[in-house]
Ligand binder design. Structure first.
Ligand code: LLP
Length: 403
């Protein structure tokens, strides 16, 4: 994503031509960013070669998952639907982990049948349910137990998962009980300790703390885990701000691995797919109300709910850069009848015109996957851009499909 002769391009294709050919709003993904993210992620942790399980919830486009699979990644899934999608994309079941606090009997049965790598358990009741199903089918099931390490991830409250008041994982006392339960079970094979303390984490210190907690608990429980699943959560820079210090996170893990002989699993979503996505939208109207200038886009909170749901900020760029660049204050909004249907505000932005195209950045993670048909708005088209090539990876929904 760069300006060439003042025209915004994703790889070699101008945003303007994409809008003209495929319409708006459109989700566009850069293949080379994806490739780069995966290679960087691997490189950052190459000292211990982790199993990287892409968090499917962050982006559920089948064709993108197929591309991700080609780089050797596995999948972290949280529902039967996501598990089916990962399998359909050709991901090896032995690279799939199943997380989530409310797996139904049907989902557990399906996961057992598919012989996935791990079911990560989050409660006493769930472990008993898995054992019950495994017993009936005379199977041995590989599981992990998700620990709630009571660690503050220092991220948005809505996406924090590792504190004791959150619904995720089990506390150390229950963890010890469950380890003992597994030791006695004929149908459960305990292979993994898993954690996930939150999302959009930019400070490495919570990760260091989390590793200390895990270290302490493993010593206490005196059990050799084949896998330690550290979850995902690595944050990205949405507005050119802080970035996670991977070196420090990696060295904390290396230190941990000196004491524990386990294979590390990661479940990254955002750090793999977040900055690959762009939402291209057209300005329907520009409306001045008192001191405020509202830029009304044809994209809305049904296409991208992160600003409405978390107060998240996404940068917005004009498709054509002109000389007078920072003259107007603008609030970018969608056409939906809700006050929260707004994207970002800018104090200084270049003057825009109606019908012009703008691009909302870094929407690859939790953009399309959290989209809806609210207000009977069809879901946007998804395009994959590689150099000068553009491929439709999901068609735009048609209104008659929604009637
Ligand atoms: N593993 C587990 C168990 C998770 O719950 C999540 C995300 C991930 C991995 C992937 O986390 P990531 O690497 O993408 O941070 N909708 C919110 C984010 C919710 C995250 C939910 N869990 C957002 O738009 O910011």
């Amino acid at each position: 994503m760069k300006y060439f002769n003042n025209k915004l391009k994703i790889e070699n294709v101008s945003v303007h031509s994409l809008a003209r050919k495929y319409g708006t709003p459109s989700y566009c993904y850069s293949f080379n960013r994806l490739k780069n993210n995966i290679n960087c992620f691997k490189k950052n942790f190459n000292s211990f070669a982790p199993l990287i399980c892409f968090a499917v919830k962050s982006n559920t486009n089948l064709n993108l998952i197929k591309e991700i699979k080609k780089f050797g990644l596995g999948a972290d899934v949280v529902s039967m639907g996501e598990l089916m999608l990962a399998l359909k994309a050709g991901i090896n079941p032995k690279k799939i982990v199943f997380s989530g606090i409310g797996k139904t009997s049907k989902e557990i049965e399906f996961a057992i049948n598919k012989k996935i790598l791990l079911i990560n358990v989050e409660s006493r009741s769930e472990i008993k349910e898995i054992e019950r199903i495994a017993k009936i089918r005379n199977k041995k099931v590989d599981i992990g137990i998700r620990l709630n390490p009571n660690t503050d991830a220092k991220t948005l409250r809505q996406i924090s998962t590792g504190k004791k008041e959150n619904k995720f994982g089990v506390n150390d006392k229950i963890f010890f009980d469950l380890v003992n339960y597994c030791k006695k079970s004929k149908n459960l094979i305990l292979k993994c300790l898993s954690v996930h303390i939150g999302s959009q984490i930019l400070d490495h210190k919570p990760y260091e703390k989390m590793l200390q907690v895990i270290d302490r608990i493993i010593r206490k429980v005196n059990y050799n885990f084949e896998f330690i699943d550290l979850g995902g959560g690595m944050g990205i820079s949405y507005m050119g701000n802080k970035e996670l210090n991977y070196k420090k996170y990696c060295s904390a893990i290396n230190k941990f691995l000196k004491k524990h002989n386990s294979k590390i699993i990661f479940e990254p979503g955002r750090s793999i797919i977040g900055n690959t996505g762009f939402l291209i939208a057209k300005i329907i109207y520009i409306k001045k109300n008192g001191k405020k200038n509202f830029v009304i886009l044809d994209a809305a909170m049904n296409d991208l709910i992160r600003p409405a749901l978390y107060g998240a900020h996404h940068n917005i760029l004009p498709s054509e850069r002109r000389n007078k660049r920072f003259v107007k204050n603008y609030e970018f909004v969608g056409p939906i009848c809700e006050t929260t249907d707004r994207f970002s505000s800018f104090k200084k932005f270049q003057e825009l015109k109606e019908k012009e195209i703008v691009t909302i950045c870094d929407v690859g993670a939790y953009g399309m996957s959290l989209s809806s048909n609210y207000n009977i708005r069809p879901k946007a088209i998804e395009l994959l851009i590689n150099g000068s090539k553009v491929r439709i990876i999901k068609k735009r929904q048609k209104l008659n499909e929604l009637m």
